[in-house]
Write a protein that binds this ligand. Structure first.
Ligand SMILES: Nc1ncnc2c1ncn2[C@@H]1O[C@H](COP(=O)(O)OP(=O)(O)O)[C@@H](O)[C@H]1O
Ligand SMILES: [Mg+2]
Length: 418
């Protein structure tokens, strides 16, 4: 294999191992660094898929768009829909035609979500300050599919900023990573910086002025309601009353937190309905030996997502974080909790990303109680009742945040009342 078909994986300053990639055979390889193996450190870093053995392991089963032939925990470091558009624009602007996934990981370098880093990295200059409005203008151009890259008139500094801030996080919506100086309030790109001198935010941007409603404000009202119910989420706020900013759970007290989505930790493709169920998620929670309070929390999130019609609760919208001191996994704070349908439409029937008791629609109280029973959840009926009652809290929040009445009414029609 040629040199650029191998990349090193680093985590918590340790060289964990090497990934190899064979484009022609659609295969990848992983081999642990013997020194890391011998150290006995972090034995549960990758609890599934990769075995903790000295031999090279071959992966050919992840031949799909989600994992791109990589072991899923590394594919988790690659961008999704939005980040890929940014990546592509950046490469086009630099005149680079096509790169393979390992080269893409080299660009991710030390800028990825979570704590996994890739070396050797492709150097990208650091810069000092940014302006969100300027970023939005550039993003609008980047996302304007009608114009080609050459007529987008993007100067290299702005493109660099967009690339640094917009290409790491997963998901579909336009978003950037920023770091806000705790003392001065100054905002810099949040890709590389992770010190405790900054607040680290993931910001979901509201780019359009045309829509009659603001998706990010809806997400904010969902955040307010979910946290009022005791669902654990990172502190979040609106910026300029239109962008949804959430503190990053993978940057804590000047440290990177190793985190993987449910898809990345297991190799269950979030786009494959056959593996997308709450039952699997609960099995995973039990396999990871999460404290029971976190299994209860997962149940509360499932109920919330059902009641509040967050049907896009797929396996990349659930994540886990690793505590290296205790070698213990935890349920990450909830994120991407929002009304997932188009609030301008009314739906007779909508389908959920994660099935509940083998159903994607027409879910009944009995279905939820079955799941509660299987997972020894205490007092599930009280959780369900409390969540349904919180629809009134949400309505107040929605009014206070100036979501138009007809949008509120339309959303209410799709909520679940048992
Ligand atoms: N508060 C957070 N801290 C760290 N990572 C986050 C946070 N919120 C989201 N993410 C990561 O960023 C990805 C995209 O965010 P998400 O809110 O799901 O956006 P989208 O609506 O585009 O799917 C998630 O899949 C998750 O891995
Ligand atoms: Mg998402």
């Amino acid at each position: 294999m040629s040199k650029n078909n191998i990349i090193n994986v680093v985590c918590f300053d340790h060289e964990i191992g090497r990934i190899g990639y064979d484009e022609h055979q659609n295969k990848s390889f992983f081999q642990y660094n013997p020194t890391f193996l011998k150290s006995g450190l972090h034995p549960n870093l990758f609890p599934l898929v990769i075995k903790r053995i000295a031999q090279t392991q071959v992966f050919s089963q992840f031949n799909n768009d989600t994992f791109k032939n990589l072991p899923p925990m590394f594919a988790d470091s690659l961008p999704d829909t939005f980040g890929n558009v940014i990546f592509k624009t950046w490469l086009e602007a630099k005149g680079i035609d096509k790169i393979n996934v390992l080269e893409q990981l080299a660009y991710v370098s030390n800028r990825g979500m979570g704590a996994l880093e890739y070396q050797p990295s492709i150097h990208i200059p650091r810069n000092t300050s940014i302006d969100i409005d300027a970023i939005i203008n550039i993003l609008k151009q980047v996302l304007d599919s009608k114009s080609s890259i050459s007529d987008k008139a993007l100067d290299s500094k702005s493109l660099l900023n967009i690339f640094k801030m917009g290409s790491s996080a997963g998901g579909m919506q336009p978003k950037i990573l920023i770091a806000e100086n705790k003392k001065t309030g100054k905002i810099i790109p949040g890709d590389v910086e992770y010190s405790n001198a900054y607040h680290h935010y993931l910001v979901k941007l509201h780019l359009t002025t045309e829509e009659a409603y603001n998706k990010e404000i809806i997400e904010y009202t969902y955040y307010l309601t979910a946290t009022a119910l005791g669902i654990r989420m990172m502190p979040s706020k609106l910026i300029d009353n239109r962008h949804f900013a959430t503190l990053r759970y993978d940057r804590q007290e000047g440290q990177k937190v190793h985190s993987l989505t449910a898809s990345g930790i297991t190799g269950w493709d979030f786009k494959n309905p056959a593996v997308s169920s709450y039952e699997r998620l609960f099995d995973l929670a039990n396999f990871l030996k999460l404290p029971h309070a976190e299994v209860d929390e997962l149940f509360a999130r499932m109920v919330f997502n059902l009641v509040f019609a967050n049907a896009d609760d797929h396996l990349k919208n659930h994540a886990f974080t690793y505590d290296p001191k205790n070698n213990q996994w935890h349920l990450a704070p909830a994120y991407d909790i929002t009304y997932a349908l188009n609030p301008l439409l009314t739906y007779k029937r909508s389908s959920r990303a994660l099935s509940i008791n083998n159903k994607r629609n027409d879910i009944t109280l009995a279905d939820i109680l079955d799941i509660a029973h299987q997972n020894t959840i205490k007092n599930p009926k009280a959780i369900i009742d409390r969540t349904i009652a919180a629809t009134a809290v949400w309505e107040q929040q929605a009014q206070q945040n100036n979501i138009p009445d007809y949008i509120i009414e339309n959303i209410k029609k799709n909520l679940w009342f048992g």
